[in-house]
Design a binder for this molecule. Structure first.
Ligand code: NAP
Length: 445
């Protein structure tokens, strides 16, 4: 492993030399264990502690299948899906691996008693499997997390529609929170050359998701002048949605839960900010009853800020707690676009407000390769920036996941995998200098 790392750190190793570096027998990766899926039974979600369920294990390097690449991972990032995996909610991810394992001889590799997790990476290609031509050893890359088989016709307009669509490192094994990872070659994208490894690894999953959800014609198809209500605007998805709104000529109305988070979205350029904690919204009177008066109070606050405009688009992901309010406040003809249900997936809303006002609920999930590529290109062009706040070592991944689980983080939380320290991997210092303040906006807050 040291030889691999030395070759990457040297910065001038010839691409062909990467292809001949001897591979170790095993690598270190963050795993959950199949014999521990019941370890938190009876506990509340909040009390389930990822530090107990996430392990740093030595695992063998799997054989490379056709169309795949083995990548040396310099850095990765925490996504909420690793929180779900680590607390075994809403289901254990071993059920995904078992199902995937039944598909073919090669996918059988994924069905193991351990699951190496993680859906982001920045690193260097070490090997490619048969049939891979576009990517060669030595390429500095990031990877998006869409894994598809594309044997059925369904996915050939939009690869998210493939019946065998999976999220790498969540519904497949050999994920990015590790020293090495296996991806399909059609997950690879060029690493933005002005970023460090940990910065480059951090946007991936959320940047692509927010891009499809808000910008793409497959999502809300945001246009100039739109008013966009963004829940969790300083969080993983929200910090990119806020940037897309600003970069695309829309007006974000950013919902956050503390003065610190309000400051950070203002630093990104947002003018309209609602601190939901300070306002004390109680959209639910009790477990079964919502309070339309609170929806109205929320809507009034939005109008106060925008000078009377209701949101053309509501960027939804908190789910049950906020969905009724989101449907209510969207403007007549507006779009509520949802990709998640952090606070619960059994939503309730008053359908009269939806149909009488011709609103639309649009579903969105991750992004296809093209959308991920476009989102990555915006990072590469310095039009959208990483929102990395803290970086942990691979050993401390459990703590990093706990921070995200308990909503103690800002933007994205990074993890160093092979990279021995932060700040490495910048290949274009001139371009970096143009954007360095924006790249560091979330650091240390
Ligand atoms: N479908 C997909 O492809 C996809 C992709 C990425 C993520 N997701 C899902 O989307 C969700 C968010 O992911 P993320 O990476 O953005 O997570 P995150 O970094 O934790 O950010 C989410 C933000 O939402 C806000 N929030 C949380 N609970 C809330 C509630 N009950 N009411 C109002 N606001 C609430 C919080 O902000 P404040 O406290 O400041 O308001 C939090 O910072 C997760 O469930 C994740 O699994 C889905």
């Amino acid at each position: 492993m040291q030889q691999i790392l030395d070759a990457i750190l040297a910065g001038d190793t010839a691409p062909e030399d990467f292809g001949t570096i001897a591979l170790p027998d095993s690598y270190k990766g963050i795993t959950v264990h199949k014999d521990e899926v019941d370890m938190f039974e009876g506990m509340s979600s909040r009390d389930k502690d990822p530090r107990k369920s996430l392990h740093l294990d030595d695992v063998p390097i799997p054989e490379l299948a056709p169309g795949e690449a083995l990548v040396a991972v310099m850095a990765s990032a925490i996504n909420y899906n690793t929180v779900w995996t680590s607390i075994f909610e809403p289901v254990s991810t071993f059920s995904f691996l078992e199902r995937y394992g039944r598909l073919s001889e090669y996918t059988k590799r994924h069905d193991l008693p351990y699951h190496v997790v993680g859906s982001d990476l920045a690193g260097v290609v070490l090997r490619v499997g048969p049939g891979v031509n576009k990517w060669q050893p030595g390429r500095e890359v990031v990877a998006h997390c869409l894994s598809v088989e594309l044997e059925a016709p369904d996915g050939h307009n939009d690869t998210m529609m493939d019946p065998e669509q999976r999220i790498w490192g969540f519904e497949t094994n050999f994920g990015g929170l590790a020293q090495l990872a296996i991806v399909k070659a059609n997950q690879l994208m060029p690493k933005p050359d002005h970023l460090t490894w940990e910065e480059a690894a951090s946007p991936g999953l959320v940047n692509s998701t927010a891009y499809r959800q808000l910008v793409s014609t497959n999502g809300a198809n945001m246009k100039q002048g739109d008013t966009v209500l963004i829940w969790g605007a300083s969080g993983g998805l929200g910090s990119y949605a806020t940037q897309f709104a600003l970069n695309g000529g829309a007006t974000p109305v950013c919902v956050v839960s503390s003065p610190e988070k309000a400051d950070i979205v203002r630093k990104m350029g947002a003018e309209h900010v609602i601190d939901r904690s300070a306002e004390g919204y109680q959209f639910w009177k009790d477990e079964n009853t919502q309070d339309p008066k609170e929806w109205q109070r929320f809507g009034k606050k939005i109008r106060e800020l925008t000078g009377g405009d209701d949101p053309d688009i509501v960027f939804e992901h908190p789910g049950r707690e906020t969905f009724g309010a989101s449907v209510y406040v969207a403007r007549k003809g507006g779009t509520i676009v949802t990709c998640a249900s952090t606070s619960g997936y059994m939503h309730q809303y008053d359908n009269r407000y939806l149909w009488m006002n011709l609103k639309r609920i649009v579903s969105s999930h991750f992004a296809n390769y093209r959308e991920s590529w476009e989102a990555n290109k915006l990072i590469d062009k310095g039009l959208i920036h990483p929102t990395l706040s803290r970086v942990y070592s691979l050993e401390d991944t459990g703590q990093a996941a706990l921070d995200v689980h308990h909503n103690l983080h800002q933007g994205k939380v990074g993890v160093l995998c092979l990279a021995p320290e932060e700040g490495l991997g910048v290949r274009n210092a001139e371009k970096r200098a143009l954007h360095v303040d924006k790249i560091n906006r979330f650091r240390g807050v």
